[in-house]
Design a protein around this ligand. Structure first.
Ligand code: SAM
Ligand code: SF4
Length: 322
């Protein structure tokens, strides 16, 4: 499946819910968001059907996200059902880790081989201030458990001025003794993120080099990878820098997003896309659904323009899924 700019779109990120058990201040207001009513949320059957049609169109990788994907009841049943779509090569998830440890065995059995876990601080007080919760130990336990089960683990950290800027080396050091990649993501001006100041990747790298010595650039894992990876002497894992603000990577973007209420979203910044839920519930055929998808993707914007203007979609990050 190709868009109007000749980009192959083979990666679908599905937000399962706009609910979350944390309140990271750059993502979700402390009072929460107006949650989508239950009957407006795609059912598992609808998610599987859209996924199957997308897989037939060329999507090979699905990432489950949220809100927090693990708060969606029956999450592992969905993973098992998606695992039955033959042409999907990978099903993975991005999670805050709080509910992960108790689900790892099951996820592993259903074929999930890798997981991204978000971790912005190693300090209990900072964690509590940032997320409104005392669950840091659960997140750290989830990292150990997933790694112990032989899963590929990546840590995602968003450096934010005045919150975790003094901890970046300590967080990077998670990659020292274990083959865990630690990725630093520039804060994007989406929703609550607009009111905070992120730290540019070059500055993160500079901080890490002062602590661990010169880094070797090892590039991207593949052309559409948003992260550029670096290795440090003596580190088992790599450090990734994802720089949407300072080094745009839209040229090779291969992503589509499906929101929890069934909106096919084409770009993180812009609202362009199409409602798939309404036609689905009106009883359209798979062929018509495929036609809507292939028509819609032609409107995928060439690039975001976060650095010039914050305006775009009114959705907050918790409603998009990252
Ligand atoms: N709840 C899950 C989690 O936290 O991993 C999945 C959803 S969360 C929206 C996905 C990722 O988006 C997280 O790694 C989070 O740190 C990141 N994120 C949220 N708001 C962001 C922003 N404004 N800029 C950059 N990354 C952001
Ligand atoms: Fe929840 Fe993830 Fe947003 Fe934090 S970043 S509030 S864990 S959705």
């Amino acid at each position: 499946m190709k868009d109007a700019h000749n980009r192959v779109l083979d990666y679908l990120r599905i937000s399962l819910t706009d609910r979350c058990n944390l309140r990271c201040s750059y993502c979700m207001p402390r009072c929460g968001v107006d949650n989508i009513p239950h009957d407006e949320i795609l059912t598992f059957e609808e998610i599987c059907r859209i996924s199957r049609v997308m897989a037939d169109l060329g999507v090979t990788k699905i990432r489950l996200t949220g809100g927090e994907p693990l708060v969606r009841k029956g999450f592992t049943d969905l993973v098992r059902a998606l695992g039955e779509i033959p042409s999907l090569k990978e099903i993975t998830l991005t999670t805050n880790g709080v509910l992960l440890a108790q689900n790892i065995k099951c996820l592993r059995e259903y074929g999930v081989q890798r997981v991204n876990i978000s971790l912005d601080t190693l300090d209990r007080q900072v964690f509590s201030r940032l997320t409104g919760s005392d669950d840091l130990d659960k997140v750290l336990d989830a990292i150990d458990t997933a790694y112990g089960y032989g899963m590929g683990v990546r840590i995602n950290c968003v450096p934010v001025a005045g919150i975790n800027d003094t901890e970046l080396s300590a967080i990077a050091a998670i990659a020292k003794d274990r083959q865990i990649d630690v990725r630093f993501i520039e804060l994007m001006p989406i929703g609550c993120g607009r009111a905070m100041r992120g730290i540019p990747s070059d500055s993160v790298l500079n901080t890490l080099e002062q602590r661990f010595g010169k880094a070797q650039e090892c590039g991207r894992t593949d052309i559409s990878s948003p992260a550029v990876y670096y290795s440090f002497d003596g580190f088992a894992g790599n450090i990734g820098l994802i720089s949407p603000m300072t080094h745009k990577f839209c040229q090779y973007c291969n992503r589509l997003r499906l929101t929890a209420d069934g909106y096919l979203k084409l770009c993180l910044q812009y609202p362009a896309g199409a409602d798939l839920k309404t036609p689905l519930r009106q009883g359209i055929s798979d062929k018509t659904l495929a036609d809507i998808i292939t028509d819609t993707i032609q409107k995928k914007p060439l690039a975001h323009s976060f650095a010039q203007q914050c305006e775009g979609d009114e959705r907050k990050m918790v409603q998009i899924g990252g």
